[in-house]
Structures are given as structure tokens and as C-alpha cells.
Write a protein that binds this ligand. Sequence first.
Ligand SMILES: Nc1nc2c(ncn2[C@@H]2O[C@H](COP(=O)(O)OP(=O)(O)OP(=O)(O)O)[C@@H](O)[C@H]2O)c(=O)[nH]1
Ligand SMILES: [Ca+2]
Length: 491
Amino acid sequence: MKEKNPWHTPATIIITVIGVIAIVALVTVAVLQNRPVLQKYKYGIVLDAGSSHTALYIYEWPAEKDNNTGRVEQKYSCKVKGKGISSYANTPEKAGESLNECMQESVKQVPKERHHETPLYLGATAGMRLLNLENSLASDKVFQAVEKALQGFPFSFQGARILSGQEEGAFGWVTVNYLDDRLKQGLETTGALDLGGASTQISFVSDNYDISESPSNSVTFRLYGNDYNLYTHSFLCYGKDQALLMALAHQTKSGPKTIVDPCFHPGYLEQKQYSVLYDSPCVSARKPQNPTTTFSHTGAGNFTQCQDVVKKVFNFTSCQYSRCSFNDVFQPPLQGTYGAFSAYYFVMDFLNLTDASTPLETVKQKLASYCATPWNQIVQQHPTIKVKYLSEYCFSGTYIVTLLTEGYNFTSESYANINFIKEIKGSDAGWTLGYMLNLTNMIPAEAPDLPPLPHAGYVSVVTITALLLFVLVILSLFCFCPGFKKQPHIV
Ligand SMILES: Nc1nc2c(ncn2[C@@H]2O[C@H](COP(=O)(O)OP(=O)(O)OP(=O)(O)O)[C@@H](O)[C@H]2O)c(=O)[nH]1
Ligand SMILES: [Ca+2]
């Protein structure tokens, strides 16, 4: 008498085979259906046509994740040689040509198959705002030349335009908070301070900001399900280059042959032309009646006196609101931390004053000692730095401290909340990233619906559930079907 193995009946074999096939099919479908697509990237290019120079940025993000969870990062940046596009008012074609080198490099940086779908934007700021005010025909010609040049590249050109000061401030704020991951997580935001060559922006969220007091300073956003009421203001002519012209204009009102400037080092001497100084619309109204053609610009190197000169470029006397920064511009109470970038960073980095733990009083003392250093000593100590940049750090540092404290009302206490930054997690701080995120709708208004499980977790749950079900089916067959029970077979 031989006992036949009950598992060897045709029914069990068929059920087992079908069961195994079903599990394999289920798991395969689950894995394939939800498998992340191979990490492919998408790209976007933004040209920042600033007053002093143009910079190109390429951003990159995972292709399957745009719209919600993918991080956009800066992949590449290129500094266009020469000055800003507004300096080509008399030779507009050269403005277009100036962009070629960086654009050709971008063609190499972005994979060929992505070229045609890569959006390309050019945003111009205060230099073109000023040119547009002065001579709108010339600014139109510069834009035409720039557009023609950019259309010659294989990207999806989305246009060249002047950003409003509000946009410049607000997108700088978006960039800083996006890179810090504050928006997605709904954390308290950080303010943004941008100091350019021809304008400067301040943007922050203040709980005590009553929009009705000054609606033109308000920008509202709904990002990742959170509402933000942002205060922002852009001061045209208060970038550091135009501020220097304004400070020089105050010292040359009477058209003298020589000025002794406390914002330049003792021993500094440069011949400057009145026509060049008074060329900008920020100062042209103050041009002295009968100046000589040139004046000797000499230095005295005195921080306190320099601050007095710098203060003269601000109007602190009129304010039609409950509170103002300067020039009759409303500003709510300062709140939270601030990221200060662009020239705030270049200047404070050179002066070794970026450390947030340096008290305001120490900053002033160090500046005073730096300004008082004789010019020949400064040149000797920094042989590799361009003389034009080098000569202006005393003025620029003094201007920054004065703008922050007298202008924006930072105190010794709140000054400690300012972080001087160049970049965050490898991406430069500035308006360009925020501009692109906005135009490509990459920050959703509502928080994205994330799957409750990551991919690996999902696959594991499906596999384990399928196996358990299979075991359950076999066990129930075994327990409840008589044919599956162990029975003696008589041969
Ligand atoms: N020291 C130093 N200064 C710099 C550097 N790059 C730019 N600057 C100067 O810093 C100032 C501000 O530069 P940017 O932030 O590029 O200004 P911009 O975007 O051209 O000007 P806006 O249109 O007003 O925003 C200008 O006076 C520049 O000449 C740098 O690497 N080092
Ligand atoms: Ca700028």
C-alpha cells in the first residue's frame, strides 16, 4: 500500500501554478507601473541683464517631477564679458553679440534632445529701466538686437523684457525661500535684500503690514497651500554705482576743480569728467551750472564724514505714512531674518564682514580703519583686484551700513539677523530662479498630493499582500476541501 502525496493532485498543481503566475504578474505590473522613469532632466535658461553686467543661469530639474516635488537647481552660470546691455545704447547690435559666448556654451551644457523645449528668458533690471526713462527708442533698439541674437539659438525663446522693481524684489524673495526649503515646508520665511549697481530691493513678510496703507508695496502669493503677503520695494538709483554718483554729485554741486572725498582712501587721486558723472538720470538734474570739464577726485578716508555724505543721498524728512524707510516710502516694521546678496555680499566679503556674529559696532570700527588706510597701501595689499573695484570698497561698505541702518532702520540688535550670502545649496541668490519658477508654474498654489508610500515601500506591500493571499487560499483549500485532506489510497 502506497500513500499518494495529496499535494500531487492535478487540482493543487494547477492552483499553485496559477497562483505563482498571478503573483509574478501582480508584482511585475506593480513594479513596472510605478517604477520611477530613468532620471532625466529638464532645463530652463534665464539671462539676468543687470545694469553693470549680464549673467546667464541654466537651471535643471528631474523631468518626471516638475510641477510638484522636484528640486530645481542651478546647473551652470556664465558671466557675459563687458558691461550691461544698457551700455550699448549707441551700438545696439553689440548688445546682442555680447551674449553669444555664454549662449554658445549653453548649447553645449543642455543635452541636444532637450534644446527645443528649454525655455529661455531675458529679464532686464535697473540699467534698462533708466535707459528706458532717458531714451525709450534706444532701449527698444537694444531689446530688438538682443531678441534677434537669442532667437538664433535652438532654445524656446520666451522673450526679453524689463522687470518691474516689484517683480525683481518679489522673485528674489521667492528664490531665497525656495532654496532654503521654507516654502514647501510652510516655515517662517526670510527677507531678501538685493543690492545691484543701479537699484536696490528690500522684501519681507511682516505680520504688521497693513496693505491698505501702501498697496503698491504689496505682493501676494499662494505657494504650496500657504498665503504670503509680501512687502517689497525697489529703490531706483540706490544701487551702489548710482549711489556713488549721487554722493559725488552732492560734493560737486558748485562745480569745483578738486574734491576731497571722505569715502575714498587718503592718497587716492583720479581725474574725473563732469560729463560722465552727470550722464545718468539719477544725477543729471543736479548738474552744476558752469563746471570745468574735469575735476580731481581725491580721498580723505574718514568713515564718519563719509556717512554724513552718504546720508545726503537719502531724504529722511518727508513721510506721509505711519512709518517710512526713506524718500517717503512706506516700510512696515522689520521682521525675522534676512538674506543679503549681490553687492551686499561682494562688498562685505571683501571687507571680511560677512560673519553674522560680527556686531554692528565692530563693523563700523573695521570700516573706519579700512577707509583710513592709505591708498598706496591698499593697492599693495591687493595687487590682483581691479583698481576700480578696490577704490570703491570704502564708499560701498559705508553705503551698505548707512542704507541698512539709517535707510531700512536695522538696529544693532536686528543687524545680527542679516546673513550676507552669495548662494544657497549651490544656486546663486538673485531674482532669476524665482522668475523662472513663476513663469514655468513650477511652484504649485496648493501643496502637492504626495503618494502615502515611497516606491520601494509600495512594491514590498504589494508583494507581501499577494504572498499572504496565496498562502491563505492554499490553506483554506487544504482545510475545507475534502479532496485536499490526507487520505489513504488503496492500490
Ligand atoms: N567687488 C565685486 N563687485 C562686483 C562683482 N560683480 C559685480 N560687482 C559690482 O557689484 C555691483 C552690483 O552688481 P550686480 O548685483 O551684478 O548688479 P546688476 O545686476 O548689474 O545691477 P542692477 O540692474 O541694479 O541689479 C556693481 O557695482 C558691480 O560692478 C564682483 O565679483 N566683485
Ligand atoms: Ca541685479
